[in-house]
Write a protein that binds this ligand. Structure first.
Ligand SMILES: NC(=O)c1ccc[n+]([C@@H]2O[C@H](COP(=O)([O-])OP(=O)(O)OC[C@H]3O[C@@H](n4cnc5c(N)ncnc54)[C@H](O)[C@@H]3O)[C@@H](O)[C@H]2O)c1
Length: 346
């Protein structure tokens, strides 16, 4: 069993990984600046409130808790916001990650699981997208993630780091047990927004219905957050067992359209999803889905909860029970100015 530092562990995906690590018997410490996260999402887990940039705080945490491995989720991830605030995104996502890597090198912590994204690929040249697909991000967010990925082999050569970068497709769903959920402010992901619309909390906006797809709306690869957490545990195990460093797609390979999301939400919630049609958004490809053969073959990962039915059911249960999120006030207790972008997160 390892002693794991989870940066961004009070956020959506990180908190589910914290829960899974704890259930598997690992010892967990969370480091999060709470700019988007919620202390309520990590009950009973030591929480260091700090930025990844704070090398002293990170080093102290690594040393005090005798950390063996880091799972690095801490980042900003709103694509549209990254276009209007590239400086903020580069500083937070790239400088913050390099500071973390420096602290790890200084403390001799050698295992890293990094949250990357399918946004590193940019506009797909072919689908499904495999890991060797050209990397050509079309926004600052994707560039920040690719920059960190590109730094990792250099840190590996010079400082003995070993790493797994997981390129998630669209994270969705929440804890099947109902204790953890997704609570972003503003919420930028389609499934929680569609569920909220069905629950009478505003209308959903659909961007474009004239794509070359079977029903004209965009196709995306939704991967359940519990399956993402499992991918992290497998990545950690592979590092512990001396497995090679590398990057893996985490997606099901089965895309669903926006119309299918709406239909599924209506069927499960039993209410209509009010929606309005808007124009296509710049940089929104018609279809994005993963070739997940590598992670299946090398890490033995296979999605268990990623049917659209499970994803929507779990999202609906949590949102119905937590109409105002974790703390009843959204995540607005953070210090970061928000632009209210509704661009897709990836
Ligand atoms: N949600 C998705 O669909 C998706 C898809 C691909 C990749 N990702 C990546 O997964 C990771 C987690 O995403 P999420 O949806 O859980 O986001 P989130 O905003 O819910 O979680 C990120 C957490 O990191 C914290 N944080 C941000 N910058 C920090 C910093 N510099 N120092 C300390 N804490 C900081 C925030 O307070 C938050 O708790 C991110 O790296 C994101 O880029 C997410």
């Amino acid at each position: 069993m390892s002693r794991v530092l989870v940066t961004g562990g009070a956020g959506y995906i990180g908190s589910h990984a914290v829960q899974a690590l704890g259930a598997a018997g690992h010892t967990v410490v969370v480091l999060d600046d709470l700019s988007q996260g919620h202390a309520e999402a990590v009950p009973g887990v030591p929480l260091v409130r700090a930025r990844t940039h704070d090398v002293d705080a990170v080093r102290r945490t690594l040393a005090e808790h005798r950390i063996d491995a880091v799972m690095h989720f801490a980042a900003w991830l709103a694509v549209g916001e990254s276009v209007t605030d590239p400086s903020g995104y580069y500083h937070n996502n790239v400088t913050g990650s390099l500071s973390l890597l420096d602290a790890m090198a200084a403390e001799g912590v050698r295992h890293l699981v990094f949250s990357s994204t399918c946004a590193v690929y940019g506009e797909p040249e072919r689908t499904p997208i495999d890991e060797d697909h050209p990397k050509a991000p079309i926004n600052a967010y994707g560039e920040t993630k690719l920059s960190v990925e590109r730094a990792l082999p250099h840190y590996a050569r010079a400082y003995g780091l070993r790493f797994v970068a997981l390129r998630y497709f669209n994270a969705a769903g929440c804890d099947p047990g109902g204790t953890l959920g997704e609570d972003h402010d503003p919420e930028i992901h389609i499934i929680p927004r569609a569920v909220d619309a069905a629950l009478g909390r505003g209308a959903l906006r659909v961007f474009g219905d004239d794509y070359p797809t079977p029903d004209g709306t965009c196709l995306r690869d939704y991967v359940h957050v519990a399956d993402l957490a499992d991918a992290h545990l497998r990545a950690l195990a592979s590092l512990e067992q001396g497995g090679e460093s590398g990057a893996y797609n985490v997606g099901t390979g089965t895309p669903y359209s926006v119309r299918q999301v709406i239909d599924t939400v209506e069927a499960i919630v039993g209410q209509k999803v009010p929606w309005t049609l808007g124009p296509r958004r710049e940089g929104d490809p018609a279809a994005l889905f993963a070739d997940g053969a590598r992670i299946r073959a090398r890490l033995g990962w296979a999605p268990q909860h990623s049917s659209l039915t499970d994803i929507v059911t779990h999202t609906w249960r949590w949102r119905a029970a937590h109409p105002r999120g974790y703390d009843g006030a959204g995540a607005a207790h953070g210090s970061r100015p928000r632009t209210g972008s509704t661009a897709p997160a990836r």
